[in-house]
Design a protein around this ligand. Sequence first.
Ligand code: UDP
Ligand code: MG
Length: 317
Amino acid sequence: MPRLISFVIPVYNEAGSLEELHRRLCRVLEVYPSLAREFVFVDDGSRDDSFARIAAIGVNDAGVRGLRFARNFGKEAAMAAGLRAATGDIVVLMDSDLQHPPEVVPQLIEAWSRGAQMVTAVRRSRRTDPLARRLFSRGFYQFFRLMCEVDIPEGAGDFRLFDRRVVNAINALPERNRFMKGITSWVGFQQAEVDFEVAERTAGVSSFNFIRLLRYAVDGLSSFSMVPLRVWSLIGVGLAALSALYGVYLIFEALFFGVKTPGFATIMVSTLFLSGVQLISLGVMGEYIGRIFTEVKQRPLYIVADEVGYVPAAFPL
Ligand code: UDP
Ligand code: MG
C-alpha cells in the first residue's frame, strides 16, 4: 500500500466545480484510512475566483496546496508544475471539471497495486464531445501513430496514475515544449489501462477551441516525429525523377516531331505546384526551428505568482 497519494489538478476557470471535486475525492478515499493525501491544485491564470476557492478548501484540509501561475501558461505547463510539486508515492493527474470521475481512482490504485507503474484511464466513448471534435481527434490519433515512434492509445487523456519513479522520470525531462500524451508513452514503464466513461462538464465551458486543439496537435507531432522533416527529401527526389523523365520525353518529342507551340499550361502547373511544395516544406522547417528557438531561450515553463497551503522543504519552485 502507498503511504501518500497526491492529486495533481490543473485548474483554469473552474471555480464552479472545485469544491465538489474535493468532496468527492475525499469520499472515495474513505476506504483507504491509512493513506495520507495531498491535493496540488495548479491555477493556470484563471480569470474567475478559482484560486480563492482553492484557498477556501485549504482552510479545512491541511493536505491542500495551491499554486497560481502569473498568467495562463497552458494545461501542459500546469501539469508539469503539479508533477514537480507533488510529493506522493503515487500521483493521480486529473482534470478539474469533473469530467474525470473521482470514483475511478480506486480502480487506478488497484491496477497500481497489481504492479503497474503507470495506469491510464481510457475513455470508453466520446459522446460528450461534439462530432467535429471527435472526427478531428480520431484523425489526429491515426496520423500520430503513423508518424511517431511513440504510440498513444486512442481515448487516453490526461487522467492517469503514476508511480513515484515515473514522476521522477518525467520531472527530469528538460524540454520546454511539453506534450504529456507523448511523454507518458515515451518514458515507458509497466503500463496498465482502466476504462471509464467521461462525464459531462458540470460547470463552465471547455477551453479548447479548434485553433487551440490544432496548435496542440502540431505541438505533439513536432515534438515526437521527425517524419515531417524527412519526408521533404523523399518528395524532392520523387519530383526530380519525374521531371527528368518528362525532360527526356520533351527532348525526344522535339527531335522526332519538331517543336510545337510550347504549353503554357505545363509551365504554370509545374511552377505553381513546385512553389506550393516549397512553401509547405518551408513551413515545416519553421515549425522545427521555432521549437529549437523556444528550447534555446531556456525560459522557464511557467512562473508561479502565488501559493497557498503548506510547502514541503524539498519543493523546488
Ligand atoms: N486547463 C488548464 N489550462 C488551460 C486550459 C485548460 O489548466 O489553459 C485545464 C482545465 O481547467 C481542465 C483541464 O485542463 O481541468 C481540461 O480542460 P477542458 O475541460 O477545457 O478541456 P476538454 O475537457 O474539453 O478537453
Ligand atoms: Mg474537460
